[in-house]
Design a protein around this ligand. Structure first.
Ligand code: ADP
Length: 441
């Protein structure tokens, strides 16, 4: 799950796909909404205009035959039959301050009071030239109530014709269209999802391609490093062996030559050990078995073995190891880490001192290997723990090295639950701080 989230965060393309998906669906919903509200208004307007024209034609007729209620009633019934949306048609009159149904397509309603439409009817009676409509919702169905005055020859209002039209058919139309829009939206979402998966596969390939290129670059770096690091000691070994075999070497230098051959062989051995460590770590085969370790004693021991190499380079070895520090670490891997850091400190320091200190921190023990050596730039610090990385410059190139030591060191520390950091100033010196989980003594 966490890996999935990390992958997701690492790929801005996925964010882009989601944003595009949301934008497409959002735009669709917005446009569909606009469309349906326009369509609904247009339908309402149409119904309104139609009933208005119907009443415009009916009102003068009603005025003409007002003395023949049966005929009027028949007209009203006929109109209702011809217009399925009209569910009720009445002629109302004002009586005793209220409105009473005087004539209706449904005779049972005659004599009833018009329910709560006083305002509509008053409006219609005050303006005989226009028809007026209000919307009413009953049991989830929308209705239009439309009123128009019936005026006699003298211009006085004789009554109001009032129709009730159901909008259910129109609304049903919109509802089915809305349903189809939802299906289309689901189809769009599915299409986006399909594209998304395809896209995800392309991203996978891109990641794979990037990894392959990284591996390819690493391979090139490895070949160039290995050819140099293998060739230099081998050439030296072969040179001395040839001189010894040919007897061209002065006898007093034989011992020195053998020591150099030994040093070159050790250099080759170290290179092979480094490469094996890299391969073990990468394949997850590096055995790390943390135990409770007396770090103070282990460091004091290590410091003793580094006193001579430091002295040989004219460097002072300064120790400041707090007593009784216990950590969780694999003794061999712990040793390997400290040796790597100490050997770098000695290797990259021309004069001054190398320091080894250890102190307890909150939940950890911090082991600091410091030097007054060549130091490094900020850019070097950023790449320092990468595989094969070696800082540029004569000072570094002059020293044998593979650029693998710090990568291995960092991996080993992390495998033991620790952390490593570095502080350094070019031409002033460096401080490597390795933190290991503290164990209660
Ligand atoms: P190597 O020492 O074999 O080159 P490392 O991985 O141990 O490889 O170190 C990587 C690089 O980090 C070195 O090549 C060097 O440039 C830089 N470095 C490491 N330790 C120090 C140090 N104590 N002072 C200055 N530079 C250092």
């Amino acid at each position: 799950m966490r890996d999935g989230i990390r992958q997701f965060l690492d790929h801005p393309q996925l964010w882009l796909t989601i944003v595009v998906a949301i934008a497409i669906c959002g735009s669709f919903v917005f446009v569909a909404n606009q469309f349906f509200s326009i369509a609904k208004n247009a339908q309402d307007e149409l119904v309104n205009v139609r009933v208005g024209s119907l009443l415009d034609a009916f009102a003068p007729l009603a005025s003409e035959v007002s003395d023949r209620p049966d005929m009027l009633r028949t007209y009203m019934k006929r109109m209702q039959e011809l217009n399925a949306t009209i569910v009720q048609m009445d002629i109302a009159e004002q009586k005793d301050g209220g409105w009473i149904v005087q004539l209706s397509s449904d005779p049972q309603r005659e004599g009833e009071k018009v329910y709560r439409q006083d305002l509509l009817l008053s409006l219609a009676s005050s303006d005989p030239t226009n028809s007026f409509t209000v919307e009413q919702v009953q049991n989830g169905t929308r209705y239009f109530l439309t009123a128009k005055s019936i005026v006699d020859h003298s211009g006085s209002v004789r009554g109001i014709v009032l129709t009730k039209q159901s909008l259910s058919a129109a609304d049903e139309n919109i509802r089915t269209s809305l349903q189809s829009a939802v299906y289309v939206l689901v189809a769009i979402l599915l299409a986006i999802l399909l594209l998304f998966f395809k896209h995800a596969r392309i991203i996978d390939y891109t990641v794979l391609y990037r990894k392959l290129r990284e591996v390819d670059t690493l391979k090139d770096e490895f070949i160039s490093m290995a050819s140099h690091e293998l060739r230099a000691p081998l050439t030296s070994i072969r040179g001395y062996v040839e001189m010894l075999r040919d007897g061209t070497l002065p006898s007093d230098q034989a011992k020195l030559s053998l020591e150099r051959v030994d040093a070159s062989a050790k250099q080759l051995d170290a290179l092979i050990v480094d490469m094996l460590d890299v391969s073990r770590i990468e394949q997850g085969r590096m055995s790390v078995k943390p135990v409770i370790l007396d770090a103070s004693a282990a460091l004091a021991d290590l410091a003793e073995s580094w006193r001579r190499p430091a002295q040989e380079k004219g460097l002072a070895l300064k120790l400041d190891i707090a007593p009784g520090l216990s950590i969780h670490a694999d003794p061999d891997r712990f040793r390997q880490v400290v040796v790597n850091l100490l050997s770098n400190a000695v290797k990259y320091t021309k004069a001054g001192e190398v320091g080894l200190s250890a102190k307890a921190e909150d939940g950890a023990v911090a082991i600091v290997v410091s030097d007054t050596g060549i130091g490094m730039t900020e850019e070097d610090r950023e790449h320092l723990f990468g595989k094969f990385y070696r800082a540029g410059g004569e000072d570094v190139r002059a020293q044998a090295g593979t650029g693998l030591g710090l990568w291995i060191t960092k991996q080993l520390i992390e495998l033991q639950g620790g952390k490593i950091s570095v502080e350094s100033i070019k031409n002033v010196g460096s401080r490597f701080i390795a933190r290991f989980p503290r164990a209660s003594a």
